[in-house]
Design a protein around this ligand. Structure first.
Ligand SMILES: [Mg+2]
Length: 452
C-alpha cells in the first residue's frame, strides 16, 4: 500500500436532490425526494431535509410518503444529472488520468498518478481546491475522502458528509477502523452483518481479532479472506480508468450460420441473460451494453449503447441488446453473437435506480396507457411532478403537480428567487415541455451554453 493519502474519493452530496434544489429555488432547505413516482417506485435520492424524517434511498416511495407527507416528490431528470456529472468528471480528469467513476456522482482519482499530490499536505490542498472548483462550476457540494487506499478513501468521504473533507493519515487506519461497525466495510450487507453479529462480532476490531481462519469458517474462503484483509485495512486495489475497466461479456459461435431473424433475436436475449448472470455473480453493474455480431463472411461488427445509469437488470440489458440488433444487417447469416456490459461499477445507490435508466421509462408516462381500439382523441398531455415546462406568457417553470384535468406550475429558474404558482388546464396550448436550464449561468460567448 502506498505511504501517502493520494487516493481521492469524491461523492456529491444527495446528488439528484441537490440538483433539484439548485434548479428550483422554492425547494432549497426543504425536504425533496427524487425517484419513481409510479406504484412500484423507489426513492433514488432524498435531500438531507427529507432524511431527517427517516427517508432514504431504495425505500419504497409509498413508505417515504407516509414518513414525509409534505416533502416534494419529483421524477428524476437524468439529462440534467448527466450534464452536471460530466462537468464534475471533467474537473477530476484535470487532476489525473486515472479517474474511476462509480456512478454519476462518485469517483476515485489517483492523485499520485497525476502528479497533483505526493504527500498529505499536497493531497489536502488538492482536495480543498477540487471542492471549490466543483462549487464554482455546478453550485453543488461534494464531499472528499483522501487515504492511501480505495477502501479508506471511500470511508473517509462518507465521514466527510455533508460538504466536507476527511483525510486519513497512513498509519492511523486500523485505529480509526477498529471501533467502526462491520457494516462500514465494503461488501458487508445486512445478511453478513447479522451472521457476524450472531457470532459476537460487531466491530471491525472484533473482525481482526477473530482471525482469518475463524472468518473463513463463518463466511467461506473468498469472503472470509477478503473481509479479514479489509479489517486490517489492507487494500491494494488500483484506481482503474473507466476505459480500461474490464467488461463482462459472453458469446456463442454457431456450427451453422443462423439466418432466421427471430432466432437471432432469441439468441441475443439468451446471451443478455447469461451476461447479466455473470455481472451479478461479480457484484457489478454496468452502463454500456455492447452487441457483437460476426457475419457469414467473417466481418465483425460491434454496436454499443450507453444507459443513463449502471444496470444489472436482465430486462434492461435484453432491450438494449435488441435495439442494437435492430441496427445490424444480418442478411447472409451470422456465425457468432456476443453481448457484453462495460462501464462497470460496484453497487451504488444509483443502480437501484437502473430501472429508470431505461429510455422507455423516462420518456413515457408511468401509468400504463389503456389500450383502446377506438381512441378518437389524442391523449391529454401527461405532466409529471418536477418536469421542466415553458409557458408562452409566464416563461420557464416546473410541474408541481397535476390531477383532475389541471396542472400546477411553479415559475422559477436556478437564478430567480422562489417563484409563483399558477394552475392551468392540462390541455393548455400555451404550456409545453421544456429542457432543463443550466444550474450556473454560462458566460456569454462561451461554448457550453448548449450543454443540455
Ligand atoms: Mg452521492
Amino acid at each position: 500500500m502506498r505511504n501517502a493519502p493520494t487516493i481521492l474519493h469524491l461523492d456529491m452530496d444527495a446528488f439528484y436532490a441537490s440538483v433539484e434544489q439548485a434548479s428550483k429555488p422554492s425547494l432549497r432547505g426543504k425536504a425533496v425526494v427524487v425517484g419513481g413516482l409510479g406504484p412500484r417506485g423507489v426513492v433514488a435520492t432524498a435531500s438531507y431535509e427529507a432524511r431527517v424524517f427517516g427517508v432514504h434511498s431504495a425505500m419504497p416511495m409509498a413508505q417515504a410518503r407516509r414518513l414525509a407527507p409534505n416533502a416534494a416528490y419529483l421524477v428524476p431528470r437524468f439529462s440534467l444529472y448527466r450534464a452536471v456529472s460530466d462537468q464534475v468528471m471533467a474537473l477530476l480528469r484535470e487532476l489525473s488520468p486515472l479517474v474511476e467513476p462509480l456512478s454519476l456522482d462518485e469517483a476515485f482519482v489517483d492523485l499520485a498518478a497525476g502528479g497533483t499530490a505526493w504527500d498529505a499536505e499536497s493531497a489536502r490542498q488538492t482536495g480543498l481546491r477540487l471542492r471549490e472548483d466543483i462549487r464554482a462550476a455546478t453550485g453543488l457540494a461534494g464531499s472528499v475522502g483522501l487515504a492511501a487506499s480505495k477502501m479508506l478513501a471511500k470511508i473517509a468521504s462518507e465521514e466527510a458528509k455533508p460538504d466536507g473533507l476527511v483525510l486519513i493519515e497512513p498509519g492511523t487506519e486500523r485505529a480509526l477502523l477498529g471501533p467502526m461497525p462491520v457494516r462500514t466495510l465494503p461488501g458487508v450487507g445486512p445478511a453478513t452483518g447479522d451472521h457476524l453479529r450472531r457470532a459476537g462480532i460487531t466491530t471491525v476490531e472484533e473482525l481482526a481479532e477473530a482471525g482469518e481462519a475463524e472468518l473463513v469458517r463463518l463466511l467461506g474462503k473468498a469472503h472470509g479472506q477478503a473481509l479479514y484483509a479489509m479489517a486490517l485495512a489492507r487494500d491494494e486495489r488500483p484506481v482503474v480508468a473507466e476505459r480500461e475497466a474490464k467488461s463482462v461479456s459472453v458469446e456463442d459461435t454457431y456450427d451453422v450460420d443462423i439466418h432466421d431473424r427471430p432466432r437471432i433475436g432469441f439468441e441475443v436475449r439468451r446471451l443478455a441473460d447469461r451476461c447479466v448472470r455473470r455481472l451479478r455473480e461479480a457484484g457489478l453493474s454496468g452502463r454500456t451494453i455492447v452487441l457483437k455480431v460476426r457475419r457469414y463472411d467473417f466481418s465483425t461488427l460491434t454496436r454499443s449503447e450507453t444507459l443513463r445509469g449502471p444496470t444489472d437488470d436482465p430486462e434492461v440489458v435484453r432491450e438494449a441488446a435488441g435495439r442494437l440488433l435492430d441496427s445490424v444487417d444480418t442478411t447472409g447469416g451470422v456465425r457468432l453473437l456476443g453481448v457484453g456490459v462495460s462501464g462497470l461499477a460496484d453497487y451504488t445507490q444509483e443502480d437501484l435506480f437502473a430501472q429508470a435508466a431505461k429510455p422507455s421509462r423516462e420518456e413515457s408516462p408511468e401509468e400504463p396507457v389503456a389500450e383502446s381500439a377506438a381512441a378518437p382523441e389524442p391523449a391529454a398531455p401527461h405532466w409529471r411532478a418536477g418536469q421542466d415546462v415553458r409557458h408562452d406568457e409566464f416563461g420557464h417553470g416546473w410541474v408541481q403537480g397535476s390531477g383532475v384535468g389541471r396542472v400546477t406550475v411553479r415559475f422559477e429558474t436556478p437564478q430567480s428567487g422562489p417563484g409563483r404558482v399558477r394552475t392551468f388546464l392540462v390541455t393548455d396550448p400555451a404550456l409545453r415541455p421544456a429542457d432543463p436550464l443550466p444550474l450556473v449561468p454560462v458566460p456569454a460567448g462561451q461554448p457550453g451554453s448548449g450543454l443540455l
